[in-house]
Design a protein around this ligand. Structure first.
Ligand code: ACO
Length: 428
């Protein structure tokens, strides 16, 4: 007999179907709740709401597990290859050699942006935030390819490669624009991460030599950000996509959601916090004290997570990698010592222990990005480049599911009861 959950409301009892995911998580299907009871489920911030079934990424927040298509993220660390992971997420399986080669060729063929788009960059003021430019330019991509189609596998692979490739070019151009530097065209001889670094840092008269250590560190960072199931930005991509909005429009909205300091923008906020401590403006102990004081409005940035009530496995990998990457690059960063000190203080403080607040992915990623020479205002853009395969995979999974309906939450109305309009002359 199939499992059900019993709900009694105002004396009426209904049975709600219960189902299990492949890792044993239990879902109560409430799709008929309103039809059967007239009531709706109330769950602001969706902490208890499964908005979809998905076969892409698995997280066990209590155990600190993150797997892409079943593969633990730790298994991608030794020889990180972002494009291989992107194909895994998007296509559902690791690519065979010839599939990897074919996808790489598509990335190369799509690396440029339309010359017309270069002029859009000129319209932004010099201090425009890179995330605003990134979102606008991803949306603008559609204007240059309004007839693109994703209906066949071939077409979808081309669209995915185009978006993945162009987003890297747009990101680099964003940096060049904000620094008044000439745009560097992509180099077909470089791989994904190397090409990005070239477009960021080469000059027409002086080529940036891509160090293998930097390229490897970038591959790792991007892989660790590649997908994270139904977080704020991915849910945004799905909600926008559910209206049948195109891939570019949906992902562009995801970039905006990622921008906020409670989500991807936390990697900037962490570095600002560490830097403030470094410059003597704030002692680590004072920082912890403020984070515990709700009236301060201050949070320990890079700490805590809606899903992880244990170490974020990405933070664990990044913490281990910090030393190695800095040593390989021959750099020292005093902010790393401060980060370690803060972590030690927090993990020994009952406030953080009781609430199961651990470092998240943003706590250590900035130190590696900084060592690679990536400027602070580009940190969240780096997160967005990394998250692109996840957004594409999630959009596609939803697109292919013919049972998906437009996302349209309900509300509990708490406003005025029926009220009469009062003409202006009679208003007090
Ligand atoms: N510093 C201080 N207190 C915190 C922090 C923090 N970083 N994070 C959570 N808390 C407190 C909450 O105030 C709450 O306290 P209470 O029970 O006394 O009211 C308790 O811990 C539980 O909080 P949650 O309900 O688990 O937090 P929520 O799921 O709403 O938010 C979030 C998660 C946004 C990540 C939060 O932990 C936070 O703001 N962290 C700092 C910002 C950050 O690092 N964001 C990046 C997240 S990872 C990512 O998006 C890629």
């Amino acid at each position: 007999m199939s499992r059900t959950a019993t709900l009694t409301l105002d004396g009426k009892t209904i049975e709600l179907p219960v189902f299990e995911g492949s890792e044993g998580e239990v879902g109560i299907d409430i799709t008929q709740l309103r039809a059967q009871t007239g009531a709706i489920a109330y769950d602001p911030a969706f902490g208890n709401t499964g908005a979809c079934k998905s076969a892409i990424t698995f997280i066990d927040g209590d155990k600190g597990i993150l797997r892409y298509r079943g593969i633990p993220i730790e298994q991608f660390v030794d020889s990180p290859n972002f494009i291989e992971v992107a194909q895994l997420l998007i296509n559902g399986k690791l690519p065979a050699q010839e599939e990897l080669v074919r996808f790489r060729a598509r990335l190369t063929a799509n690396a440029h942006v339309h010359e017309g788009m270069r002029h859009h960059f000129e319209g932004f003021p010099p201090e425009a935030p890179p995330m605003a430019i990134l979102s606008a330019m991803i949306n603008a991509l559609f204007c240059y390819d309004p007839h693109f189609s994703v209906e066949s596998d071939e077409e979808f692979e081309d669209a995915a490669a185009s978006l993945l490739s162009k987003v890297r070019t747009i990101a680099a151009y964003t940096y060049r624009k904000s620094n008044g530097l000439p745009f560097m065209y992509p180099d077909p001889n470089l791989r994904y991460c190397g090409n990005f670094l070239h477009m960021m840092f080469s000059m027409p008269y002086e080529r940036y030599e891509v160090a293998p250590e930097v390229e490897e560190a970038l591959n790792l960072i991007l892989i660790l950000h590649a997908d994270h199931e139904q977080n704020c930005s991915t849910s945004t991509v799905r909600v926008v996509g559910s209206s049948r909005a195109n891939l570019f429009a949906s992902v562009s909205a995801g970039v905006c959601a990622l921008w906020g300091p409670l989500h991807g923008g936390a990697n900037v906020a962490v570095m600002e916090m560490l830097d403030q401590i470094h410059r003597g403006g704030l002692a680590p102990e004072q920082c912890i004290k403020m984070a515990k004081d709700k009236s301060s409005g201050f949070k320990l940035m890079g700490f805590g997570h809606r899903v992880y009530k244990n170490f974020d496995p990405r933070a664990r990998v990044l913490k281990d990698s910090c030393d190695k990457v800095l040593a390989k690059l021959g750099k020292k960063d005093p902010l790393l010592d401060i980060a370690r000190k803060l972590e030690e203080l927090a993990l020994n403080d009952p406030y953080f222990v009781d609430r199961k607040l651990y470092p998240n992915v943003d706590f250590y990623s900035g130190i590696i990005l900084r060592a690679m020479g990536i400027p602070l205002n580009m940190f969240t853009v780096m997160f967005a480049i990394g998250r692109m395969p996840g957004w594409i995979a999630q959009w596609k999974e939803q697109h292919d599911d013919s049972s998906v309906r437009i996302a349209r939450p309900r509300q509990i109305y708490t406003g005025n009861k029926l009220t009469d309009y009062v003409p202006l002359a009679k208003r007090k």
